[in-house]
Design a protein around this ligand. Structure first.
Ligand SMILES: Nc1ncnc2c1ncn2[C@@H]1O[C@H](COP(=O)(O)OP(=O)(O)O)[C@@H](O)[C@H]1O
Ligand SMILES: [Mg+2]
Length: 308
């Protein structure tokens, strides 16, 4: 069964098209990744799914129903923290769970369950202002899961937090999924999406430019490989001259590592190394990289996910 079905969804801000005729379906049990740079249109799409923003065109169905009914089955973890600083952690979760109609003992049990789930069980009486960024994020998650939604949408839940909280959040996504929740996970961090998502949509300029399992997406680009050459300094090197070598598709320099995307059908490693030596470039190491979603993004858009 499809938990989410979007058809021809469009959102304009004035003349600007933020979401452009997007269609998408997410099946029960998936951890579905929305991957794209800042400004790609991820939050706009998600806010329309959650009913926080009106679309200009298109339809959204959650569990086969229009989104108003479906809100009870939806948990939304917004990109900007939605917690009250002057209420305790317990009161925050209780407030949000109460909005979904939970009352009395059941409400109390579910609030405790949600706080325990995010590892804040000993912070019931603490105020968010004493929390680290990661703890606030975890509280934000507790607020959106206490009513046990079937579909949970997380909008960049790991931006600007410490690695420990990040791992905690990624593990909790997996655990929620094992418990039967379908998850939509939005991020501009390729590694995270690659690590936890079962299927991914790559979003760019309001459009899905590629969609599928990680392997399906990588198969788009199996005709290229990445060669990383670490050099002492590449000041004397004109990157454009490397691009002229037969088979080379793209070249980037990042912290003294030349990242070369090259046609798998052409054995040009000798030529590349010869070229570097001819330009008095000192080579420190050389390795071939398996393709990842970053490479997919670069191949499809000509841009780097990280540059944004
Ligand atoms: N309320 C708004 N008014 C005008 N433009 C907006 C508004 N919200 C988002 N945008 C624009 O829409 C585009 C997509 O934004 P957003 O969905 O937040 O991207 P993402 O979440 O992928 O970073 C951006 O160019 C952004 O500036
Ligand atoms: Mg966003």
């Amino acid at each position: 069964m499809n938990v989410l079905e979007i058809q021809n969804l469009t959102k304009k801000f004035g003349d600007f098209i933020a979401v452009d005729n997007m269609s998408l379906s997410v099946a029960e049990g998936e951890i579905f990744g929305f991957l794209g740079t800042n400004g790609a249109g991820k939050s706009t799409t998600i806010n329309m799914i959650a009913g926080l923003l009106r679309s200009n065109d298109g339809t959204i169905e959650i569990l086969g129903k229009n989104s108003r009914f479906a809100k009870m089955n939806l948990g939304m973890v917004p990109q900007d923290l939605a917690i009250y600083e002057d209420m305790t952690a317990f009161e925050n979760v209780k407030f949000f769970a109460g909005l979904y109609g939970l009352r009395g003992n059941l409400l109390k049990e579910r609030v405790e369950e949600a706080l325990e789930f995010v590892g804040l069980e000993d912070k019931h009486k603490s105020y968010p202002k004493s929390f680290s960024g990661g703890m606030k994020r975890r509280l934000n998650i507790a607020c959106s899961i206490a009513h046990r939604p079937k579909l949970i949408i997380m909008d960049e839940p790991t931006v600007g937090i410490d690695p420990q909280s990040r791992n905690y959040i990624l593990n909790s996504v997996r655990k929620l999924n094992e418990m039967g929740c379908t998850i939509i996970y939005t991020s501009h961090y390729m590694e995270e999406v690659e690590e936890i998502c079962t299927r991914v949509a790559i979003i760019d300029h309001g459009k899905i430019i590629a969609e599928g399992t990680k392997d399906q997406l990588k198969s788009i680009i199996t005709n290229t490989k990445d060669i990383w050459i670490e050099v002492r300094s590449a000041e004397q090197l004109n990157l454009e001259s490397v691009k002229e070598i037969h088979g080379v598709e793209a070249v980037q320099l990042e912290d003294n590592v030349l990242k070369i995307n090259s046609d798998t059908g052409v054995n040009n490693l000798n030529k590349i190394i010869e070229h570097l030596i001819n330009h008095q470039i000192e080579i420190r190491s050389c390795e071939e990289k398996a393709p990842n979603l970053e490479t997919v993004f670069l191949t499809l858009t000509g841009r780097n996910l990280r540059d944004h």
